[in-house]
Write a protein that binds this ligand. Structure first.
Ligand SMILES: [Zn+2]
Ligand SMILES: [Zn+2]
Length: 93
């Protein structure tokens, strides 16, 4: 299975809160822009971070195979629309 990720040890400073960072899951090339785990999670200054957070939704008009309810949004593009489930039925399943 997955091997434990190698951690890089060092002595860096978080640009967000100034705390010392002693371990990183990657080798930093640019140490002037490092963030600790907490700041990385709470702050969102980078473009690609905010894009990752917003999940793309597909709009359409489908019907739930279980309850027949209307589905207007899905987090994925359905290939087989005959077996779709609304959020409630999906959760109950
Ligand atoms: Zn920080
Ligand atoms: Zn349903």
């Amino acid at each position: 299975m997955n091997e434990e990720r190698k951690m890089f040890k060092g002595n860096w400073k978080c640009v967000g809160c100034g705390t010392t960072i002693s371990e990183l899951p990657f080798e930093p090339r640019d140490t002037s822009n490092l963030m600790c785990r907490d700041c990385h999670r709470t702050k969102n200054p980078r473009r690609d971070d905010s894009q990752r957070r917003e999940k793309r939704m597909f709009e359409g008009k489908w019907n739930c195979a279980d309850c027949g309810g209307e589905i207007t949004q899905l987090p994925f593009e359905p290939r087989d629309t005959s077996n779709l489930k609304c959020r409630n039925c999906f959760r109950n399943n």
